[in-house]
Design a binder for this molecule. Structure first.
Ligand code: COI
Length: 354
């Protein structure tokens, strides 16, 4: 398949003061688009000006949520060059999500090449200030107009770009986490592991409950017993418990986070023992109170590393450590971002120059 580059007539104004960048509010000038028809496969791959699609009201994504997405970032490095972080891992996960949602897979090399071309064309949109990056959002939707419930025969796949600052307003500052004892995010056999919009839509009610109680995010427990820690929707959770790192296993209900994977590697190399095991909410609450749980933090592309200051579960609220960013959390944030921004050598080969 050929990649066509369509002309851009009116470039947008960029935000001059990068400290004003809000996560996911502004989009670059161009986007990548390709279309799929059963029988013909993927076709009409192009880079075109960013703008609205024309979609029939009967498009299947609007009714049955056949949709997947990804999140990765391009970083402006210390020497001014641009690099992506583990893009092949994101594209592979995009295809795993596609499979789960009965959607067509993409050619991984073609998709990566198209992404690199898009970033090269939009290089000026990669911000330069500390803590900023260009967030990349590959997406696929079922575009066929049809009201029967079955996998669609037509799809639209696209990549949009958004220059971003910190995901949370406070930057790397401890967040307050609400633990839902009523709502659940994912059950075994469900779609928890896939990066699909429905998982996020289903999380909104609990997030509203958390916000009404003054909390920032929701930590989900397993759907069967509502006992074991799973993830926070926008991030995987890691706990420094009795000096070891404890995190939920990837058993189908938790997203296989690429930042999670990277951070676990950094921790192993620092000599930490990793326990991928079921961690009960009782252990978390008691551990916070008796000090066995020294630090807790989330990992994700958008959030990078997000320290947890407190948990609240069934009206019992506990502080983690002194409620501030833990020492290990800070070191891992520094180490990971040093690799991403090219301040330290990348012995892991995670970074791909654009
Ligand atoms: C990401 O971290 O890239 C995500 O996709 C989480 C998103 C809900 C902001």
């Amino acid at each position: 398949m050929q990649l066509e580059i369509l002309p851009l007539s009116t470039p947008k104004n960029k935000i001059a003061d990068e400290s004003q960048l809000v996560f996911g509010k502004q989009f670059s000038d161009r986007m990548f688009v390709m279309e799929f028809d059963r029988g013909r496969g993927w076709h009409s791959a192009r880079i075109q000006p960013y703008g609205p699609f024309s979609l029939e009201p009967a498009a299947m994504v609007l009714h049955y949520s056949q949709e997947i997405f990804e999140g990765l970032k391009a970083f402006r490095r210390a020497d001014g060059a641009i690099a992506l972080f583990r893009p092949k891992d994101n594209i592979a996960r995009f295809n795993r999500s596609a499979k789960r949602m009965c959607m067509p897979e993409v050619d991984e090399q073609f998709f990566l090449d198209a992404l690199l071309e898009l970033i090269r064309l939009e290089a000026d949109w990669v911000p330069r200030s500390a803590g900023t990056s260009l967030y990349i959002r590959p997406t696929m939707i079922a575009s066929e107009p049809m009201l029967g419930v079955r996998p669609a025969d037509q799809y639209l796949c696209y990549i949009i770009l958004s220059p971003v600052g910190a995901y949370y307003k406070g930057g790397i500052a401890p967040v307050k986490i609400w633990i839902s004892d009523h709502y659940v995010r994912a059950a075994h056999g469900g779609t928890g592991e896939a990066k699909t919009g429905g998982n996020y839509a289903a999380s909104l009610m609990a997030a509203k409950e958390a916000a009404e109680n003054g909390y920032d995010q929701v930590l989900w427990l397993d759907a069967r017993q509502k006992k074991y820690v799973e993830e926070v929707g926008s991030m995987n959770m890691l706990f420094l418990y009795d000096g070891k790192i404890v995190t939920s296993p990837l058993n189908g209900t938790v997203l296989d986070g690429i930042t999670r994977r990277s951070v676990l590697q950094l921790l192993v190399d620092r000599g930490y023992q990793i326990e991928e095991r079921a961690l009960s909410i009782d252990e978390v609450m008691e551990g916070a109170e008796n000090g066995r749980l020294a630090e807790a933090f989330g990992t994700g592309t958008a959030v990078v590393i997000s320290p947890v200051g407190s948990f609240c579960y069934k009206n019992r609220c506990v502080q983690i450590g002194n409620g501030k960013t833990g020492e290990l959390t800070m070191k891992i944030y520094q180490e990971l971002t040093d690799i991403q921004y090219g301040r330290q050598p990348d012995k892991y080969h995670w970074v791909m120059p654009v």
